[in-house]
Write a protein that binds this ligand. Structure first.
Ligand SMILES: [Zn+2]
Length: 145
């Protein structure tokens, strides 16, 4: 087996413990990254949040496309991990009860039919079948008169 010495911890390690072309072992690189992340937690969170806001439509469209393209794969995963997923959702619900209830209410009142979902289905060109609640109400008025 081929060995290499880490320039940081100075231990002699198997080459597989190093990324190609790196002088520090994977363990030392991971430790450095973890220390950086811990020291810059707020800055990193703010950067990610800003990115997510600026790219909201793009992210939602990509996620929706992924979900459609991987429907069978997701169904298989969900079936294989049913208990684990249920436990995670239950724990989330307990920890975020107010948030969950607010979401549920907003959804019921049609405030979250996500224009992103709608936009995505429009790009698939059968979007004309999807209507927001307001449009449905308008159509009902038209057929009634
Ligand atoms: Zn090392």
């Amino acid at each position: 087996m081929e060995y290499k010495q880490c320039s940081k911890c100075h231990q002699l390690k198997v080459v597989a413990e190093f990324r190609k072309g790196r002088k520090q072992c994977k363990g030392c690189i991971a430790a450095r990254r973890a220390a950086y992340n811990a020291a810059n937690r707020e800055r990193i969170a703010a950067r990610i949040a800003a990115y997510n806001v600026a790219n909201r439509e793009r992210i939602a469209a990509r996620r929706a496309a992924y979900n459609v393209a991987n429907r069978e794969r997701r169904a298989a995963y969900n079936a294989a991990n049913r208990e684990r997923i249920a436990a995670r959702l239950a724990a989330y619900y307990v920890a975020n009860k107010d948030r969950c209830l607010a979401y549920k209410v907003a959804r019921r009142h049609g405030k979250i039919i996500t224009k992103y979902t709608k936009q995505f289905f429009q790009t698939l060109s059968f979007g004309s079948k999807l209507k927001t609640q307001n449009e449905n109400e308008q159509n009902n008025e038209n057929t009634n008169s």
